[in-house]
Design a protein around this ligand. Structure first.
Ligand code: PR8
Length: 518
């Protein structure tokens, strides 16, 4: 997995391409090579945390999560508007890691970034009927400006299909303009009435939304596969193994033909919907009049897809990997992969700091994102703080270590102290690589162990319950009475029913995955 650069530098986590046919179930994700260099980040402003998570995951998972995100300085929910949270520098720098990795991936696949307006005239939102129905209840609207009532009402974008497709219809003329693939990194507002949970369900959140237009249905379907594969690769970086599910009709994105999502299990047995990819067919291109002349001069409507991933991934990272002491971040997306903590004794401070600085320079040469914590706090405080924030590797250096020409390292995943000879400092790259793959393996194992075959509603368990469904709306509703819901069928992997419908007992048409969801 480690890759040697010309300069002799190593780079963490090179990954190989994955094929869509391999992504459907709990099999290890194949490795992928990429040219992505581990980039040094600007110093993340450190705010000292109020330490000590007082709640254990098993006692109250929700409270534990809230303590970790707050005390670890990921997010501050105390802003004056509910659901509009402040993402703090530590949380935001994780988003920047996710962004830079995914941005490089999509650009390689021919996507261009652009920016579209925040406000959308209400008449545009209503052009696609299903879309309007799906978003009406969650849309915030601007009705006044400059102290006066506006003649036209403007929606604050809950998603940008309508404004983007209005513009696409002005741009696209010929098959030569296709495919057009435009992505935005922006914020959206969805006025969710459910209790908001930081990162997981905010009323305002950050995301990327990519919108693509194609000549043929097949091209658009291939784009769906490609987007799903890129999200799977992103989840490899996040060391989270999801199930790739095609949602039932009732839960398809408003205005889409079908939706494919990555559902990931949290440690409490509930799932969170991560990235979503939607095949829009010609549902939007017809009302928005996005037409092109093909190479026989015949006029056609384009075929479209859209796909998005949000800051929700940060909350998922914490709920999927964390332990009772706080977050555990996978090295691929941790803002700092290693933190050096000098252990200062009277009279030896200068020498210890000198060594610590040399070590920082060495790690930076290895393209490791490292930070030397020289703040005026006790070493114990720093240990706890970085543990809470989830930094993958702690490096301690003190006078005794220096005498023995070694350092003490602690991998966040295992929490045990280990000694490493200073001459072996280059090994830190492979130590981080192995932590990344250990976290992914752990996640794969967790998923495998939490898929249970069930034949009746009474048997539904925590995690994914795999069962059989006749396909009727009534039975889908009935499953919801158990507190769990039908999340979908495996994408691109036909499974034969192994029993009758879980609800009515009649012949089943589909094998479905049922779970409680956030
Ligand atoms: C689309 N249109 O909108 P999607 N807080 C945080 N993350 C959220 C929230 C929330 N309240 N709601 C959804 N997400 C399409 C595709 C343009 C892009 C995250 O799709 O509605 C979820 O992980 O499926 C969701 O899968 C993703 O945004 C995309 O939203």
């Amino acid at each position: 997995m480690r890759r040697q650069f010309k300069s002799g530098r190593t780079h963490i986590l090179a990954i190989e391409p994955i094929s869509i046919t391999k992504i459907w179930v709990a099999e290890p994700i194949p490795k992928r090579k990429s040219n992505f260099k581990s980039k040094q980040i600007d110093k993340v402003i450190i705010m000292s945390s109020s330490l000590g998570v007082t709640v254990k995951r098993n006692d109250d998972f929700s409270k534990w999560y809230l303590e970790v995100v707050r005390k670890g300085n990921f997010i501050d929910q105390r802003s004056p508007v509910k659901g509009f949270d402040v993402i703090l520098p530590w949380g935001y720098s994780i988003w920047e890691q996710i962004q830079s990795r995914f941005d490089a991936m999509i650009k390689k696949s021919g996507v261009q970034n652009a920016y579209f307006p925040l406000l959308i005239p209400e008449r545009l939102i209503g052009k696609e009927e299903e879309h309007l129905k799906g978003f009406r209840a969650e849309t915030a609207t601007v009705t006044e400006a400059g102290g006066e009532k506006l003649e036209e009402r403007f929606a604050i974008r809950p998603t940008s299909e309508t404004i983007m497709y209005y513009m696409f219809s002005l741009w696209i003329r010929s098959y030569k303009d296709l495919p057009l693939k435009i992505n935005q990194w922006n914020n959206v507002v969805r006025w969710d009435t459910k209790v908001t949970r930081p990162f997981i369900r905010g009323r305002e959140y950050l995301w990327q939304e990519c919108h693509t237009t194609h000549e043929t249905k097949e091209d658009a379907e291939k784009q769906v596969d490609d987007a799903v594969a890129m999200y799977m690769e992103m989840h490899r970086n996040l060391a989270m193994r999801p199930l790739v599910l095609q949602r039932p009709k009732s839960d398809t994105f408003a205005g889409a033909e079908f939706s494919v999502v990555l559902d990931t299990l949290m440690q409490d047995g509930k799932v969170v919907q991560g990235p979503g990819t939607h095949m829009l067919g010609q549902h939007f291109s017809k009302p928005f009049n996005i037409k092109f002349l093909d190479n026989k001069e015949k006029e056609n409507h384009v075929w479209q897809t859209c796909w998005g991933m949000s800051t929700r991934e940060i909350g998922m990272l914490i709920m999927h990997h964390g332990d009772d002491s706080g977050a555990i971040l996978p090295p691929a997306v941790a803002p700092y992969q290693a933190v050096i903590i000098p252990i200062l004794f009277k009279g030896k401070e200068e020498k210890t700091m000198e060594e610590a600085k040399k070590m920082l320079a060495h790690l930076e040469k290895l393209s490791i994102r490292a930070y030397l914590d020289d703040r005026n706090y006790s070493a114990g405080f720093k240990f706890n703080e970085w543990e809470l924030r989830g930094v993958p590797l702690r490096i301690e250096i003190g006078p005794k270590d220096m005498e023995a020409k070694e350092i003490t390292i602690v991998r966040r995943l295992y929490g045990k102290k280990e000694k490493l000879k200073v001459s072996k400092l280059n090994d830190i790259s492979s130590i981080l690589d192995s932590m990344q793959s250990d976290m992914l393996k752990k996640s794969e194992k967790f998923l495998k162990e939490n898929i249970h075959d069930v034949r009746s509603l009474k048997e539904i368990k925590s995690g994914f319950s795999r069962s059989n469904w006749c396909g009727s709306d009534g039975c889908e509703k009935n499953v919801r009475t158990s507190g769990a819901e039908i999340r979908g069928t495996l994408y691109r992997k036909e499974e034969k029913p192994f029993s009758s419908c879980i609800s009515c007992g009649k012949t089943a048409k589909h094998v479905v995955y049922i779970a409680k969801a956030y």
